[in-house]
Design a protein around this ligand. Structure first.
Ligand code: ATR
Length: 272
């Protein structure tokens, strides 16, 4: 029987992970099956354990279970530890290895797909929830000249910053007035409610990129705002999605798929 993997979440039917991993498996000739697991609220561990008991080799973890998966793992990577969230589980003998590939996926997308340098640049990260937490450490590792985190609730931003070894500024949107950045990354959930983070105008330096970790059909509200307010380059989170999947695939199978054709195909189906 092929090795079994799945994405676990609630809801999970919308997930593109099965399509992405099936493409990776075809491309690399790996004999595996990748499905979907809907876990009832409060039943993450029971659902994951049943999958594991049935011979499952690994899981991708999506909302709202990344914190549950963090608690479920018996061995954590350093980046999962820093993120306090797990999006990839690997089952090996008695060990449940938990990793977080979200930040690496974002950094890979920025550097290799979008040609956006990070070292020595001024980076602004919007939001202080789980999505932001997961990408801070890998971004700091790129040694930006400035790294600033802004959040609607400033206390939450400051508390989050205290959890990281690398020091960075964390504060309000109002404190950004008059400052400029080369890269602004939206890790808020504002667009789920059709809202925008209250970014002051003029925050984009000449040639700057706006990156929205969300994606969907058409331009996100954040990218539309950024286009009107001076961002020269725009990117949504579809590249990050494919790259974090490639990192997970590497953890499980020991080889890195070529992501370009998979990303291109997803874009085509998304735009139609
Ligand atoms: P996730 O784990 O997906 O990041 P979360 O923990 O609920 O979700 O965090 C959501 C983030 O989006 C928070 O930073 C939140 O700001 P607050 O901490 O001030 O609540 C931010 N957010 C949500 N709606 C927003 C809006 N309309 N404007 C600005 N920020 C918003």
């Amino acid at each position: 029987m092929p090795d079994q993997y799945a994405v676990i979440g609630n809801p999970v039917a919308h997930s593109k992970s099965p399509q992405i991993h099936a493409a990776f498996a075809r491309q690399t000739g790996q004999d595996l099956m990748y499905g979907q697991l809907l876990a009832p609220a409060g039943a993450f561990a029971a659902t994951a354990s049943a999958f594991r008991a049935g011979g499952g080799r690994g899981l991708n973890v999506t909302l709202p279970f990344k914190l549950d998966a963090f608690g479920y793992a018996t061995l954590l990577s350093e980046r999962a530890h820093a993120a306090r969230a797990v999006n990839t589980l690997k089952f090996n003998e008695g060990v449940i290895f938990g990793d977080n590939t979200d930040g690496a996926g974002l950094v890979y997308d920025l550097l290799h797909n979008l040609g956006c340098a990070l070292t020595g640049r001024r980076i602004l990260l919007l939001g202080a929830g789980g999505a932001a937490r997961g990408v801070i450490e890998p971004l700091l590792q790129q040694r930006p000249a400035q790294f600033v985190l802004a959040n609607r609730t400033s206390d939450k931003a400051r508390r989050l910053a205290q959890d990281f070894r690398g020091a960075f500024e964390a504060g309000t949107y109002a404190a950004l007035a008059g400052r400029q950045f080369d890269l602004v990354i939206n890790a808020t959930s504002a667009s789920l409610a059709g809202a925008l983070p209250p970014l002051p105008p003029g925050v984009y330096a000449s040639g700057a990129m706006a990156y929205d970790m969300m994606y969907g059909k058409g331009e996100t509200p954040f990218l539309a705002f950024s286009r009107r307010n001076g961002a020269a380059l725009l990117a949504d989170g579809l590249g990050m999605l494919v790259e974090q999947a490639a990192e997970s695939f590497f953890i499980w199978r020991g080889l890195r798929p070529d992501t370009a054709p998979v990303l291109q195909r997803l874009r085509q189906t998304q735009d139609t």
